[in-house]
Design a protein around this ligand. Structure first.
Ligand SMILES: [Cu+2]
Length: 199
């Protein structure tokens, strides 16, 4: 009976999140192998697995994070600088983190990019850029070089992942792709802004 109840809860969440980027995860609940994991919850030895599963479910229910306030991108800067064009449909996203997750230091962040390539800063190559991780940034300017500080972290060597140490508590993260001069593309290629809790 307990197993059935858990599956029912999963089914309800699935219905509420149709079309969400977590669709693939929800799909696992229909997988017989995953269903057998639920059955194991009756075994105390699998209590930790149960806790992990519940944490995952909690992350799915987290309210979405308010988007950052971003100035409207213009093709040129006031200086006359012509921005590098973003490839149509280009997308940057967190590969290993989701909104609402609770994580421990050091926090690994893996950058996902589709439709464009990664090139080191300083190298001008069409259809490329380098990653920037924005930590606790609620507003930024799409028409200026991204600042370089603890809140705006540059990966100018072309890195596609990093580990960061963050103070325990709640933080927001966002990824922004920018050109060889650290200026966001036009239109902007940025990820969803997510909230994580660091233990
Ligand atoms: Cu940069």
């Amino acid at each position: 009976m307990k197993t059935l109840a858990l599956l029912t809860v999963a089914g309800t969440v699935l219905a509420g999140c149709a079309g969400s980027p977590h669709g693939g995860m929800h799909a696992m609940h229909n997988d017989p192998a995953h269903a057998s994991m639920h059955a194991m919850h009756n075994d105390p030895a699998h209590a930790s697995m149960h806790a992990e599963h519940m944490a995952m479910m909690a992350a799915m229910k987290a309210p979405p994070t308010a988007p950052a306030q971003v100035t409207e991108s213009t093709p040129r800067l006031p200086s006359g600088y012509q921005k590098v064009a973003a490839a149509p449909g280009a997308r940057v996203y967190f590969l290993n983190l989701r909104n609402g997750m609770t994580v421990s230091n050091p926090v690994k962040v893996v950058f996902g990019l589709s439709g464009m390539g990664v090139a080191p800063a300083g190298l001008e190559k069409a259809g490329t850029g380098h990653h920037h991780l924005l930590v606790d940034v609620a507003a930024w300017d799409a028409n200026a070089p991204l600042p370089a500080n603890d809140n705006f972290r540059h990966f100018g060597l072309g890195q596609t992942e990093t580990t960061v140490n963050l103070a325990p508590g709640v933080h927001t993260l966002q990824l922004v792709l920018a050109d060889q001069n650290h200026i966001p593309h036009h239109p902007v290629v940025s990820s969803e802004r997510i909230t994580i809790t660091v233990k």
